[in-house]
Write a protein that binds this ligand. Sequence first.
Ligand code: C2O
Ligand code: CU
Length: 455
Amino acid sequence: RTFMRTTALAAGLLSAGIAPFALAAKGGNSGGSQTARNPLRIPPTIAPGGAALTAAPASVNLGGGKLSSVLAYNGFFPGPTFRANNGDVADIAFTNGLAAETTIHWHGMIVPPAADGHPVDAVMPGASYAYQFPVEQRACLNWYHPHPHMKTGEQVALGLAGAFIVNDAEEAALNLPSGLHEVPLILRDANFDSSGNLTYTAKSSGFLGKTPLVNGTLNPQLVVDTAIYRFRVLNGANARVFRLALSNGAPFVVIGNDGGLLDTAPASVVELEFGPGERLDILVDFRDLAVDDRVMLRCLSAGWDLLEFAVARAVTVAGEIPVGALSTITALADPVLTREFSFDGMSRINGRVYDMHRIDFQVPLGQTERWRFKTGGNAPHPVHVHGASFQVVSRTGGRGRVLPWERGWKDTVLLLDGETVDVLIRFDAYRGLYVMHCHKLEHEDMGMMSNFEVV
Ligand code: C2O
Ligand code: CU
């Protein structure tokens, strides 16, 4: 059943110039034992100009020795990585090959409302939709995923998500690690049935899977050189907060986050905590390791080994950690008003459950505002805004400060119980309808989301 579908899909991929290697029935996994490590999958890269993207069921090898039924974009789990330069134009012909309605939201991309994947713009099963938008923003790691009304959690958990990388001249001038030394890492958790197929059960407290996946790979290993690596890390989980550390105690050198490079010097930290929807741009220095050394990327909060780095090759051109400020960012200032948003229970913002046909507030284009996010319990609530990035200016309660990796531009910020987070935001690009919501996808699906209109 799945093979017929993937064969047809493969023909489409070939015409789009994409090698369908992920559709192959068997990959190079190293056998059935629990501790065997599988090569980390790297999704293929495509350009967003004149691209074709189909969401459909697929059967993929996650490295566990058997095929898993998932939902996939172009047959890949995670979906292909879009890579664009600031100034490119995206024109993505999307086809919904699912049995349910869906949309695509380009999380972190500043796009016109008609291309934003708002639930009112549902693409019905079998239908197509052209997502067209100019890529006009600084270099950063964004991502794309479904955003249909009340079904986002299910569709993401079953596999629909991919990365969207934007490059620019400022970033290029830093000579950061690239090619095989720049690796996207899409972290998530998952549950499987007894045949190894992805499963989903909605829970009002948020879906927490028992098994970690990195780039859709079970027990992954990345073979590395004695060099500096750049990891573009996405928390693509429905609800899980990851707290990352390296087994050798080495630091992560944070150079960027959701909205691109930091305006500080790189920040060295031995632990990083980030919530669903957030991204991290980090360097890890393997230069002092020896061939055959092993380092594990761990999630401390779940007690998981996420990804093993196996040093296989000593190299002399190994890169350098940049010194000094990575970028300059103009601070937003002098907000003309403050709006408060209380994330109440598991399904309400300021007491109201989402209604996709109700506009909850209006924001003038070009006006700087302070948005204050507070919790009424049931946190963490990763708060995400469409249509603009924001700057986190304060956090009180709980962790009590803006963390080093929360500087600069963000579009998602993690709110823990008892915390109040203030951000400054200004919508500069487009008028029209956007949403703001909790990115714990079960909260979003239950209604912890607001419509607003930029006017
Ligand atoms: Cu990543 Cu409105 O979502
Ligand atoms: Cu929430």
